[in-house]
Structures are given as structure tokens and as C-alpha cells.
Unconditional design. Structure first.
Length: 570
């Protein structure tokens, strides 16, 4: 009897059924979370579409240089999107080709190796193409609306977008396979994790150094010719983002499609599939074998590291110190955790670089310059809160979920659930405070803000760090996911999005309460008008309410989550 015919849809179908079963088996609370996540996602997508449409229309309507600015903006966005897709596909290819739980079953099926390879490519492409649907589709629709695009533009998208997605998917599979075979097995994940983070860091710095804000201000250039030359300077010729941008811009302007760029993009996608298959095929068996080997824990097992932790944790209570020690060792052993430090440092550096590049000099000769800068300092507190919320979502929200199947050991340990959660929250508070204070104080100094405003901002950063930490640990314990294979999946789930909503509501509440004290500081700095006793009392009341709000956000979620934590199943 001949073997049943198996095609790529057959290999992809279990992934689709798994998503459907996850919805069918979800309880009422999980479905509410999914619904809220979907509603927020649709709302954000619509808002992103409206914002991009407004931005592109504004650029396009600028006399003479509008179309040039809009074209350059499309190029820059496609470069950023392509880089994000490459990073996403490297990580996804590592999972789909070498670490996925269904590989043992698939490799035992009567399927050819080419079919297996292309099925994995489609799987990786499907997992990473959400980025194009979420960020790319609004971009393309916004340009179509701004340019009043002809039908040719939308037809071109049907060819450009799939080819644009295939190239990063092939790149990810190729890089993952080469690294798995070149590096020792115990260093495979380290190499992939660090390289992916460094790639994102490099893209961030590249886009920041290019200073795209200069394109809207011709006065930054020595002459009109230099400005036009900057707008018309293309990105490298042999780069897929350049090919896609040229094809789409030609279609937008109702011009003949450049056949060279269209051919490079479409034919290049098919060629990439073939070349990737030829390279991956002979390397895959050895790579698959090495990927199953365990990681070495050199630093976590070193004697001097144990002695250092012993000294640092000596003041900690005896029931909390072992949990903190275990978390620190897991952090230094797992590259997907410690490699995020590079991304965090890059994020802080780019943020401060962007603050320094703000166009504050537009009010250079005005007496309102100090008011303008002080207002930016106050708004910067909101951005700092957003950064801290993202940091907490990545590390603190997933702190309980990363215990995985070892969670049952904690349930038998001589420690209460609330003490366990505080053991997770208190050590994580330190990096939150450091990041928040650096962003608030450094950006305030760059904007030459009044000392009183800097002190209030530093105090608020401390409050937000505590409040966001409490919400993150509490909600992460209330909605754990012990089956997730990495922390990023925990933070990217519906509960993670719900945490971001509550964290940003806390940030907005603190900003609202602190608006009046900040206004008094700005008024005094501008006009030297003294603060009346009534105003001083109201300002003190506002600050006290902010302290109470952040204190409640710190304590209440952890206590609520501790009530049912030990009763949860894996």
C-alpha cells in the first residue's frame, strides 16, 4: 500500500487546529482576555492606520518636496520593517527547524526532506508575517490613500508583499542552520539570541544616526541642492527594501513598473527558497543532533559566583534568599534573558539621543523656551513609564511563568505564596528604578529643566517603578503560562497586553495627579510668581494621592494573586 500523499497544507494544518482548540478549550476569563486583546489590537491597528495616513498626507502636500519626502519615508520604513522581519525569522527558524516539540513526529512521517523544508519555511513565515499585517498593511494603505493610488498599486502589493516576506524567512532559516552547525551545541542558543538582539540594536542605531527628522527641515542643509540630494539618495541597490520601495513608488505615481527591481524581488524570492534548501539539506542532520544537547552552566556553577551571591544575599531572609539566588543563576545562564541587556542599553541610548535631537531651538529667541522645555520634561515622564512598562512585561510579568514544570516544587517549599511573589518583585525593582531614574534625570538635564522639576520627576519614576512592578508580578501570577517555551511568548499573550493596559493607566493616573504641581513649578520658573498656601496644599494632596495610587498598585495585585497561586495546576 502506497503512503498517503502529504503536502504543505497537511503540515501546516495542525498549527491552525491548535489555535482553534486553544479558543475552544478556553474558559470564560480567558475568552474575555482574548476578546479584549483582539479589541485593543484592532483599535491600535486603526489608530496606526489613521496616524500614518495623516503623516503621509502631510508630507505629500508639502509643495515641491512633498513627494520626495514621502518616498524617502517609505524607504526608511521598509528598511526598518525588513530588519525586524529578519530578526523575527532568525528566532522563529531556530524554533520551527530545531526546537519545536512536533519535530520528532514530523521527522518520522513518510515525507520527503524538500517537502519538510518548505513546510517549515511556510510555518516560520506564518509566525513572523503578523508583523507585516500589523505594521506593513497600514503603511501601504496609508500611501494608497495619500497618493490616490491607481489599481496597479494594489495589484503590485499582491506580488511585492509575499516576496518581501519570503526573503527574510529564507534568511532566518539559513542563518539558524549555519550557526547551529558552526558553534558548539551548548553555545547555539547563546549565539542566536545575542546575534538577534545585536541586530535589532544595530538597526535602531542606524535609523537614529540617519536622523530622519532632518528631512522635514530644509534649513539643516547647507543648500537647496544638498537637501534635494539627501532626499533622492537611495538606499543600497542590492537590498530587498530598495526593490520593494522602487516598485511601489512607481505604481503609486502611475508610472511603468521598474522591471529590474520587480524581477530582483520576485525571482530573488524563488532563488532564495532554492538556495536555502541546497544549503540547509546537508547541514540539517548534524544541526538537529547538536540542537538536542544541553547547555553548559559554567558561570552559574563557578565557586566565586556562589560566594559573591552569598555575600550579596546575606541580609535577605532565609526563605527568600534561595529563590533570588536561583533566579539570578537562571538569568545568567539563559542568553534569551541576559542578552536583552544589550537591547535595553541601546533603547536608553537611542531615547536620550532622540531627546537631544528634539527641535527645542525653534523657540531659541523666545521667553517661552523654558516653558516649552519644562513641558517636554513632564511629558517625558509618560514615555519613561511606557519604557518601564515594556521592561516589566518582558521580565517581571513572566517571572512566575518561567518556573515551568518546576512550579510544583515551589508549592511544597516552606514559603507562603505572598512571600514567594515578593521574592520575585523586590530584586526586579532595582533595574526598573535604575532605568527610570536614568531616563528622567538625563533627559531633564538635556532639556535644562528646573531642579525642582527634576526632583519631582525622579520621585515619580521611583513611584512608577514600584507600582508597575507590583502590577506585573501580580498579574503574571494571576495569569501564568507554565507551558510557554520562552518568556517572550508569555509577555506577548493576551494577559501581557492586559498588563500593559493597566500599567499605562497607572502612568496616566500619575501624570494627571502630578499635572498641577508641575504647573506650579513651571509658572514659578517662568514668572517667579509665588505659590500660595492653598496651592501648596493642593499640590501636596496631589502628590500624596499619587503615592497612595502607586502604593496600592504595588501591594494589591500581589496579595490578590497570592490567594490562589498555590492552587494552580501546571
Amino acid at each position: 500500500m502506497s503512503a498517503p500523499r502529504i503536502g504543505i497544507p497537511y503540515l501546516v494544518k495542525p498549527r491552525i487546529l491548535g489555535v482553534l482548540n486553544q479558543w475552544r478549550r478556553a474558559d470564560r476569563g480567558e475568552r474575555i482576555a482574548y476578546g479584549l486583546f483582539g479589541t485593543l489590537g484592532v483599535g491600535f491597528w486603526i489608530g496606526l492606520l489613521a496616524g500614518l495616513a495623516f503623516l503621509v498626507v502631510s508630507f505629500h502636500q508639502v509643495e515641491v518636496f512633498g513627494p520626495l519626502i514621502a518616498g524617502k519615508l517609505l524607504e526608511l520604513m521598509l528598511v526598518a520593517l525588513f530588519a525586524m522581519l529578519c530578526f523575527s525569522n532568525i528566532v522563529t527558524a531556530l524554533s520551527t527547524f530545531y526546537l519545536s516539540e512536533d519535530l520528532e513526529l514530523l521527522l518520522g512521517l513518510p515525507i520527503s526532506r524538500p517537502l519538510f523544508h518548505y513546510g517549515r519555511i511556510v510555518d516560520a513565515l506564518g509566525q513572523s508575517s503578523w508583523m507585516m499585517a500589523f505594521f506593513g498593511l497600514p503603511l501601504f494603505l496609508a500611501y494608497g490613500y495619500a497618493f490616490d493610488a491607481p489599481a496597479l498599486y494594489y495589484v503590485s502589493l499582491l506580488a511585492v508583499v509575499p516576496a518581501f516576506l519570503v526573503l527574510p524567512a529564507c534568511f532566518g532559516a539559513l542563518v539558524a542552520t549555519v550557526l547551529v552547525n558552526v558553534f558548539p551545541a551548548r553555545r547555539t542558543r547563546e549565539a542566536l539570541g545575542v546575534m538577534g538582539v545585536l541586530l535589532v540594536v544595530a538597526v535602531f542605531f542606524l535609523l537614529r544616526v540617519m536622523k530622519p527628522e532632518r528631512l522635514v527641515n530644509a534649513q539643516d542643509f547647507e543648500s537647496l541642492a544638498a537637501y534635494v540630494a539627501e532626499l533622492q539618495a537611495p538606499i543600497p541597490s542590492f537590498f530587498p527594501a530598495r526593490w520593494a520601495a522602487d516598485v511601489l513608488l512607481a505604481a503609486l505615481r502611475d508610472r511603468p513598473v521598474p522591471l529590474d527591481e520587480a524581477g530582483l524581488l520576485i525571482v530573488g524570492a524563488f532563488a532564495a527558497l532554492a538556495v536555502t534548501r541546497w544549503i540547509v539539506a546537508p547541514l540539517y542532520p548534524a544541526g538537529w543532533t547538536k540542537a538536542q544537547e544541553a547547555r553548559a552552566a559554567r558561570l552559574a556553577k563557578s565557586g566565586w559566583f556562589d560566594r559573591l551571591l552569598g555575600v550579596v544575599l546575606r541580609p535577605a531572609p532565609t526563605d527568600i534568599a534561595p529563590i533570588i539566588e536561583k533566579d539570578v543563576k537562571v538569568f545568567v545562564r539563559d542568553p534569551s534573558q541576559w542578552s536583552q541587556i544589550f537591547l535595553l542599553v541601546a533603547l536608553v541610548g537611542i531615547y536620550l539621543f532622540s531627546v537631544q535631537a528634539l527641535p527645542v531651538e525653534v523657540v531659541r529667541n523666545s521667553r517661552y523656551m523654558s516653558v516649552f522645555k519644562s513641558g517636554l520634561t513632564f511629558l517625558n515622564l509618560g514615555m519613561t513609564g511606557f519604557v518601564m512598562a515594556g521592561l516589566a512585561a518582558r521580565f517581571q510579568f513572566s517571572a512566575v511563568s518561567t518556573e515551568g514544570r518546576a512550579f510544583w516544587m515551589l508549592r511544597t517549599a516552606p514559603i507562603t505564596a505572598e512571600r514567594y511573589l515578593w521574592a520575585k518583585a523586590v530584586p526586579a525593582l532595582l533595574p526598573m528604578v535604575v532605568v527610570g531614574e536614568i531616563l528622567v534625570l538625563a533627559s531633564g538635564m538635556l532639556l535644562d529643566s528646573p531642579p525642582a522639576l527634576l526632583a519631582l520627576g525622579a520621585f515619580n519614576a521611583l513611584l512608577l517603578a514600584a507600582g508597575i512592578t507590583g502590577i506585573a508580578v501580580g498579574m503574571g501570577a494571576s495569569f501564568p503560562n507554565f507551558k510557554a517555551d520562552n518568556a517572550a511568548k508569555v509577555a506577548g499573550g493576551p494577559a501581557g497586553i492586559l498588563f500593559m493596559v493597566f500599567a499605562l493607566l497607572l502612568v496616566g493616573g500619575v501624570l494627571l495627579l502630578e499635572a498641577f504641581p508641575v504647573w506650579l513649578i513651571i509658572r514659578y520658573d517662568f514668572s517667579q510668581q509665588a505659590v500660595t498656601p492653598v496651592e501648596s496644599g493642593l499640590a501636596g494632596l496631589a502628590i500624596a494621592l499619587a503615592v497612595i495610587l502607586c502604593g496600592y498598585a504595588t501591594v494589591a495585585p500581589i496579595r490578590r494573586a497570592a490567594e490562589g497561586l498555590w492552587s494552580r495546576n501546571l
